[in-house]
Design a protein around this ligand. Structure first.
Ligand code: TRP
Length: 338
């Protein structure tokens, strides 16, 4: 990251429900830190959420509120970050249409994240065009505010790559420097495994710990965590690698010396899974408690939360229209006022 240029952050999430620890480690922690130094826009990508859930637009309102509550609960400060809703910025849709001419179907087919999702969802011949091209729409999300830094999880890297290809094509074809390239910011622990040991934590995978989980749900989830299937008796030596409890301790325990000690004890035998998990519950709860409490308070006043998003959307609209004016001008689409 070079500090010479002005940095504008554009980041965000699809509103599919409450956010979990994977979101926190993957990007929220970076966003909370970065807002202190840089201009940050956070998009709640409801249009993108529709690309695989178009039959249920009525779910979006609640999901948007849930995501916004989680943002505010973890410390996204509306005085420092601008939270907005994608569908309320028509300029994003407009820009997406122009970008679609600069991208080949073959290139879209190669996008590994989309490829994966298409397979997971089993679309086959019923693949909706809207889903297929959502990376192009995401390029518009980023470039409409001239975002040049994007704090996201590593699964989003192909999106940034594709965005930059579009930026370069646009600037070359229309012979301008209107658009700016973006850089992804991936955290040290880019990916938190699910409680079941799968590589990724996800809502649809049913293996997530939510930021808003009450203590009893948190305890239950940790108690069911994948450890070492060969570690049957307390006195047996256990494996640390691939043991989800230790992965979480590595990420969340404030005292790394304690974690090293627990690892050594587990490996030589004599440390039971239940005892180990109790310690993790403690550590996670200490982390989650203030977030949970702050969220509960905010839940009392959804209008206040929606108003924050409204204000953020108004602010983003002005920025977006400025960018579109430049885009239309470079493309010679300014027919009426020269
Ligand atoms: N694709 C992201 C996700 O699945 C959400 C998203 C939409 C996004 N537009 C974005 C992320 C722009 C970063 C920048 O969560």
């Amino acid at each position: 990251m070079t500090d010479q240029r002005e940095i504008t952050i554009l980041t965000g999430d699809r509103p599919t429900g409450k956010l979990h620890l994977g979101h926190y480690i993957g990007s929220l922690v970076n966003r909370v830190a970065l807002q202190e130094k840089y201009k940050q826009f956070i998009i709640i990508a409801d249009v993108q959420a529709l690309t695989d859930n178009w039959e249920h637009p009525e779910k979006l309102k609640k999901n948007i509120l849930d995501v916004a509550l989680d943002y505010l609960a973890v410390g996204i400060d509306p005085n420092k970050s601008t939270i907005f809703i994608q569908s309320m910025i028509p300029q994003i849709a407009e820009l997406t249409m122009f970008y679609l001419n600069l991208v080949t179907v073959a290139r879209l087919k190669r996008n590994p994240t989309v490829k994966n999702e298409i397979q997971q969802k089993g679309f086959g011949q019923t693949l909706p065009a809207g889903f297929f091209v959502y990376p192009v729409s995401q390029a518009a999300d980023i470039t409409i505010v001239k975002g040049n830094l994007v704090p996201v999880g590593e699964d989003q890297l192909p999106m940034i790559e594709q965005t930059n290809e579009i930026v370069r094509s646009f600037n070359r074809i229309y012979n301008c420097d209107v658009l700016v390239e973006a850089e992804a910011l991936i955290p040290k622990f880019a990916r938190l495994p699910g409680i079941d040991g799968q590589a990724k934590m996800g809502k649809s995978l049913g293996n997530a710990i939510y930021l808003s989980d009450p203590i009893d749900v948190l305890s239950e989830k940790v108690m069911s965590m994948y450890t070492d299937p060969g570690h049957l008796r307390v006195q047996d030596p256990g494996k640390v690698e691939g043991n989800v409890v230790f992965t979480y301790l590595d990420v969340f325990a404030p005292d790394s010396a304690e974690v090293a000690e627990l690892k050594a004890h587990y490996q030589r035998g004599g440390l039971g899974d239940v005892k180990l998990k109790r310690r993790l519950i403690d550590i996670l709860n200490t982390f989650l408690e203030p977030i949970r409490e702050r969220r509960k308070q905010l839940e009392q006043d959804p209008e206040y939360v929606m108003n924050i998003i409204y204000e953020g959307t108004q602010k983003t609209l002005a920025v977006a229209e400025n960018t579109m004016k430049e885009v239309r001008e470079t493309m010679k689409l300014n027919y009426f006022h020269q």
